[in-house]
Write a protein that binds this ligand. Structure first.
Ligand SMILES: [Cu+2]
Length: 447
């Protein structure tokens, strides 16, 4: 269905647009940024050409906007992945894998080899003139490569191992990160409806999940505010309905808010008990911002009677740099309100600057209030909370292309200032951590 005439018209339009645009808008095909919103099977133009000229505009929004689950990111997100068309189906494969050695210097630190990341397969096809069907499957190697207890990450908290709360480790993600069906329907000019059903997937709560953020795409390690912002990205049972316009989206999710259990290979299905609502806006090509609220009555398997309210707000800014690079930044706030554990807040700023498609600088700064309970501290700390900070900087060098993939080598350094009262538990006042790693990601998309 991809008519050469349509492609030529498109190319002409694109050139005309670029000639008149007040800001640089490099054609994505020559944009070799190695990672992207993993949804970018094709962009708005491609989607239009593959479904015919009668398709309503609301179904032709840039696919680069689609990030994890039903979350949006800025339209100015580089495309990566391998693309294939079969009949009316359009297929896309995208991956981002890291492997390396991570060490965290502290009494509570550790060191080990760890692999992180994900692989994703997407398919979509038009259904009639005004609707579209999408399928997604995303898998993680982490049950094999990150160990049952996960990898060392100072001040990290969330989920369990051997019946105990994990602390100073990032839990492995489940093999099945997402298996979802989406249905998108044009309702009226400028209005669309999206339905998302997933035995495992992401409810409308929080920013784009950290493993999928372009601003974190060169960083193999998680954020210590993960369980304040976006930890619900793997929820076993999600139903979401969204109403959207070209610049805004309002979503409501009904989902199973219980954290995944320790068996990382199965589906932890449960009757949905949680609700989330999210309002997202993409006011320009470069910006996407959201606010969301979730009520999770029984998220913690160790304390099933403790309800959690989560409030998040975030903004992302993406823009091209030169002809081959890009700059992506996310700022996020998350607040957990527990009936017994009180209110705790998390702030995050992270940025990735890909200078030229080869040289990538990245960093993250976080502040998270964590309780004695989060950090599994002795009884003498009962009822206390602490200001935890994580600061990291890294550099990644891409090593050309290898078929549809881009290998790269990187290093990351972090420091976590230890609050005075915790020095007895953590040892040094300023523990330093590091990781050296290889990254393998899908190459920039070619059409
Ligand atoms: Cu996660």
């Amino acid at each position: 269905m991809r008519a050469p005439a349509a492609s030529a018209t498109l190319a002409a339009l694109l050139l005309a647009f670029q000639a008149h645009a007040t800001e640089a808008t490099p054609p994505h095909a020559s944009h070799p940024a190695p990672h992207a919103g993993h949804a970018g099977a094709t962009d708005g133009h491609g989607a239009t050409s593959s479904v015919g000229s009668d398709v309503p505009d609301i179904l032709s929004l840039p696919m680069a906007r689609e990030a994890s689950g039903t979350a949006w990111q800025p339209d100015a997100t580089p495309h990566a992945g391998s693309h294939l068309s079969s009949g009316r189906w359009s297929l896309m494969f995208h991956e981002q894998l890291f492997g390396g050695y991570v060490a965290q210097g502290s009494e509570r630190g550790a060191r080990r080899f760890a692999g992180t990341g994900w692989l994703m397969l997407m398919a979509q096809r038009p259904l009639g003139e005004d609707s579209r069907l999408g399928l997604r499957l995303m898998l993680s190697p982490e049950p094999l490569t990150a160990g049952g207890r996960g990898y060392p990450l100072l001040f990290q908290s969330g989920e369990t191992y051997a019946g105990e709360r994990l602390h100073d480790r990032q839990h492995p993600h489940d093999l099945f990160m997402e298996a979802a069906v989406t249905y998108t329907q044009a309702l009226a000019p400028g209005w669309g409806l999206q339905l998302y059903a997933a035995p495992v997937g992401e409810p409308a709560l929080g920013p784009v999940a950290s493993p999928h953020r372009v601003s974190a795409a060169a960083d193999p390690l998680a954020a210590i505010g993960h369980h304040w912002l976006d930890s619900s990205h793997i929820s076993f049972g999600v139903l979401t309905a969204a109403l959207f316009t070209p610049t805004a989206k309002l979503e409501l999710s009904w989902f199973n808010g219980r954290e995944p259990d320790e068996n990382r290979w199965d589906f932890d299905l449960r009757v949905p008990d949680s609700l989330a609502v999210r309002l997202t806006t993409n006011p320009t090509r470069h910006v996407s911002a959201q606010v969301s609220y979730g009520y999770l009555p029984s998220h913690d398997p160790l304390e099933p009677d403790e309800p959690l309210h989560r409030l998040t707000a975030s903004a992302m800014y993406h823009r091209p740099v030169g002809t081959a690079g890009h700059w992506a930044t996310t700022a996020a706030f998350g607040r957990n309100v527990g009936e017994h554990s009180g209110d705790t807040n998390a702030f995050l700023v992270e940025s990735t600057l890909d200078l030229d498609g080869r040289n990538v600088l990245f960093g993250r700064a976080e502040y998270v209030e964590k309780t004695d309970h989060d950090l599994v501290l002795p009884e003498s700390f009962h009822g206390s909370s602490f200001d935890t900070v994580g600061l990291s900087l890294g550099y990644l060098r891409n090593l050309g292309t290898w078929g549809d993939l881009v290998p790269g080598i990187g290093a990351r350094v972090s420091v976590n200032p230890v609050p005075e009262p915790l020095r007895g538990e953590y040892g040094p006042a300023l523990p330093v951590g590091g990781m050296v790693y290889l990254r393998l990601v899908s190459a920039p998309m070619r059409h």
